[in-house]
Write a protein that binds this ligand. Structure first.
Ligand code: PPS
Length: 311
C-alpha cells in the first residue's frame, strides 16, 4: 500500500541528530470560518478544480458518523457482493477522500486518478466548502448522520489516535470544543442540518447510523433503491454479514490497520473502536450531560431531525 510506506519514510526520519519539521498535531486552520486539519485546509484550493462525473456517488458525513461503514457497504454493492474484490485495496484508496492531504500520502485528488467510473467519493466538508461541480452535476449523495453524543465520544478517541489533529486535551476540554464547533470540520449541529436541507432539493439519501445498527438489511435496501439497482437476497445477506462491525474490525482493508503508527496509533484507540449506539453513557458525567442537553436544545431548536441516543 503506497500511502502507508510513503508516510512512514518521508518525515522525521532524516537522521537521529538532525532536527526536521514535525508534521504531527498541527493547529487547525480556518477556511471560510470552518476549522480544518491544517493539511486538509491546504487541499481545498486544488479541490476547487475537481470535476464531478454524473455517475459519481458521494458519501458525506460529519466525522465519526459511520463513513467507513457506508463506504464498505457501497463498494460491496458495486462489486456485486464479491468480498475478494473489495479486498483489492484499503478503503481510503477504494473510496477517495476528496479533501485528504497529509505529508507523504497521496492526496485525495491524486488518489482519484487511479479510480475509474463509477466512482465512490468521501467527504466530511460542510456544504460551503464542497466543490461546486458536485452540485452542478447533480451527483447522488449518501449522507449518514449519527447522534451528537456518540460522535463526540468517538471523535475524542479519534483525535487521540490520529495525529493530524491537535491534542484534544481532557475529555471535558474536548467536549467544550465540540459544542462550540472548535473541532475539525466545525459544528456538528450545522452540518447535520444543512445536509438535511440539501436533501429537499438535491438527490441526497439521508441515513442514520442508529437505523443502520438497528436493521442494516432494511437500510441497505434503501441504498439499493436510491441507486436504482437490485441484488439477489443472498448477496444482500452476504453484504450485511460482511459489513458487520465484527467483520470490518478484523478486515485490514477496512480497519485502517495498514496506516503507519505515526499517523494513526491503534494502540491508543482502535479506529474500529466499539461500533455501538449509547457508548456516550460511559463517558459523559451527569453535569456534562445536562450542559450538553441544554446547549443541544438551543442549537437544534426548530429542526425536524430526531436522533436516537440508544437502541
Ligand atoms: S471517519 O474517520 O470520520 O471517517 O470515521 P467514521 O468511519 O465516520 O466513523 C467511525 C465510527 O464508526 C464505527 N464503525 C462501525 N460501527 C458499526 N458497524 C460497523 N461496521 C462500523 N464500522 C465503523 C467505528 O467503530 C467508529 O465509532 P466508535 O464509536 O468510535 O466505535
Amino acid at each position: 500500500m503506497q500511502a502507508a510506506t510513503a508516510l512512514g519514510s518521508s518525515h522525521k526520519r532524516q537522521g537521529s541528530m538532525e532536527l526536521v519539521q514535525d508534521t504531527s498535531r498541527p493547529p487547525l486552520e480556518y477556511v471560510k470560518g470552518f476549522p480544518l486539519i491544517k493539511y486538509f485546509a491546504e487541499a481545498l484550493g486544488p479541490l476547487q478544480n475537481f470535476e464531478a462525473w454524473p455517475d459519481d456517488v458521494l458519501i458525506s458525513t460529519y466525522p465519526k458518523s459511520g463513513t467507513t461503514w457506508v463506504s464498505e457497504i457501497l463498494d460491496m454493492i458495486y462489486q456485486g457482493g464479491d468480498l475478494e474484490k473489495c479486498r483489492r485495496a484499503p478503503i481510503f484508496i477504494r473510496v477517495p477522500f476528496l479533501e485528504f492531504k497529509a505529508p507523504g500520502f497521496p492526496s485525495g485528488m491524486e488518489s482519484l486518478k487511479d479510480v475509474s467510473a463509477p466512482r465512490l467519493l468521501k467527504t466530511h466538508l460542510p456544504l460551503a466548502l464542497i466543490p461546486q461541480s458536485l452540485l452542478d452535476q447533480k451527483v447522488k449523495m449518501i449522507y449518514m448522520a449519527r447522534n451528537a453524543k456518540d460522535v463526540a465520544v468517538s471523535y475524542y478517541h479519534f483525535y487521540q489516535m490520529a495525529k493530524v489533529h491537535p491534542d484534544p486535551g481532557t475529555w471535558d476540554d474536548f467536549l467544550e470544543k465540540f459544542m462550540t464547533g472548535a473541532v475539525s470540520y466545525g459544528p456538528w449541529y450545522q452540518h447535520v442540518q444543512e445536509w438535511w436541507k440539501l436533501s429537499q432539493t438535491h438527490p441526497v439519501l439521508y441515513l442514520f447510523y442508529e437505523d443502520m445498527k438497528e436493521d442494516p438489511k432494511r437500510e441497505i435496501q434503501k441504498i439499493l433503491k436510491f441507486l436504482g439497482c437490485s441484488l439477489p437476497e443472498k448477496t444482500l445477506d452476504h453484504i450485511v454479514q460482511s459489513t458487520s462491525f465484527k467483520e470490518m474490525k478484523k478486515n485490514p482493508m477496512a480497519n485502517y490497520s495498514t496506516v503507519p503508527t505515526d499517523f494513526m496509533d491503534h494502540n491508543i484507540s482502535a479506529f474500529m473502536r466499539k461500533g455501538i449506539t449509547g457508548d456516550w453513557k460511559h463517558t459523559f458525567t451527569v453535569a456534562q450531560n445536562e450542559r450538553f442537553d441544554a446547549h443541544y436544545a438551543e442549537e437544534m431548536a426548530g429542526s425536524e431531525l430526531n436522533f436516537r441516543l440508544q437502541l
